[in-house]
Ligand binder design. Sequence first.
Ligand code: NAD
Length: 437
Amino acid sequence: MKIAVVGTGYVGLVTGTCFAETGNVVNCVDVNKAKIDQLKKGKCPIYEPGLDVLLQRNIKEKRILFTTDLKAAIDKSDIIFLALPTPPGEDGSADLKYILNVAEDLSEIIKEYKVIVNKSTVPVGTAEKVAEVLGRKLAPELFDVVSNPEFLREGIAVDDFLKPDRVVIGTSSDRARDVMNELYQPFVRQGNPIYFMDERSSEMTKYVANSYLAMRISYMNEVANLCELTGANVDLVRIGIGSDSRIGKRFLFPGIGYGGSCFPKDVLALHHTSKQNKYDFKLLDTVMKVNKNQKKVLFGKIKRFYKNSLKGKKFAMWGLAFKPETDDIRDAPALELINEILNAGAEVTVFDPEAMANVKAIFGNKIKYARDQYTGLKEADALLIVTEWSEFRNPDFERMVKNLKSKVVFDGRNVYSLEKMEELGFYYNSIGRKIVN
Ligand code: NAD
């Protein structure tokens, strides 16, 4: 099949590459010329495990091509995916300007039947809005608009896309349904379902999934805070509840608040949709408040330990990305923590396996960047763990002890066992567990 993907970011690039991998010819379009130039040279602009290998193979086979020319890409394609940003507007609603502007451009370009697919996370009613914009210039038989939300997780995006738990497709057109069904067959060979539904339900499904996951994290963060006050250990409580099949083991890890480009904006957008419909969705309101507080929890622990006197203190920070296995720092808890440290007159040297360049673009020389995870510890008063990268889980503790000025660790991700830290003589303050030493 011949496909265009408009927007070559985290979602667009993975989508385009995976469709090319199953034999389709994909033209990826982006307005960011630097990104397209990089991709044309075969360089992957993001860190996403497994993506680079697939990208190289499909570039070599000429199944994936890159351009800034929307018309050229559309003319060569039958299916057009929109993988464009939908950031929060001032009122919290998803800003649809990228989607609707491209829809307007498409209405000038399209000359024969195309299926236009919303891959972006968009509010209920967006498929109708896109159809309305297209319909101003195009006859109805020249297009169908489909909602096909994406559920991939950064860090395992390729796997998620190639083997999705389910594919959700919202369309009221039989013709578009057949096209989408054929396109996705290679991805559901193991028997995972494609759910066809109306556009509105499909659009809603994505927001409800992300908001539910954000709520689950927030619930466990509240449980962790209560565990600290009562002397219970949240890790044991997590295991205790997770073995109940009604609850399930996944997504129960407490921490320092959810971040990333999706959960915060999607909860906000669903909350806005509720308000627009004059529905008071109290749970969502609370989820946002809980998360805001949780992002401050680690800094609160640090302030208490140093009795509010942080001036001149030196910290080492491990982890910047909003989660492991990505270079994405959008809405990452690390950013807020760095700001708080700097505002308190302290210094911080950071290390992250993949996200250093993105953080440097924001903080420049206001903070220091370590060459590796150990050099940043030199002369540091304490280590702060912010992202649970695998390489932080089993470090060389002797080297840590040698480099750190004091054996003090604040862990926002519960990376170490209390017993181990007790044995090594660290002051160790984590989330939802007793303070050691
Ligand atoms: P992104 O910012 O990484 O990528 C968007 C791309 O669109 C950028 O490269 C940008 O330059 C390009 N762009 C902007 N305007 C354009 C235009 N007029 N024409 C062509 N390209 C244009 O965003 P993302 O993380 O890939 O997210 C895209 C959408 O997918 C959002 O709605 C997001 O909520 C949703 N989503 C994201 C994830 C995720 O994990 N990142 C997962 C599921 C869904």
